[in-house]
Design a binder for this molecule. Sequence first.
Ligand SMILES: [Zn+2]
Length: 100
Amino acid sequence: MDFNWCHGPSCHKKSTIDRIRGSKGSKVLRTRKINQSNDYIRNSVWSVFCSQTCYTDFFYKYWQQVIAIAPRREALETPIDDPKKITNQYGWERTEIVKR
Ligand SMILES: [Zn+2]
């Protein structure tokens, strides 16, 4: 079967019964395997992270290296039409922003 190990730096420290491996007297908590059985998993971050927590733990540990891959040195801009004020049937006003 095709699988990846979760890349969460603390995946193997989370106390859940599905992580318990080993024989009596020498039990461990083991990093989760992630089954690569479908395209959604294979083509997403969920191919290498078992949970939102592991994904976040990885980013908190390695954020400097991650940002170094594609540093943002100036602001990006999206052109828009001139904003319009729109009042709904209850009198609430909102600003409509239309991207060009
Ligand atoms: Zn994990």
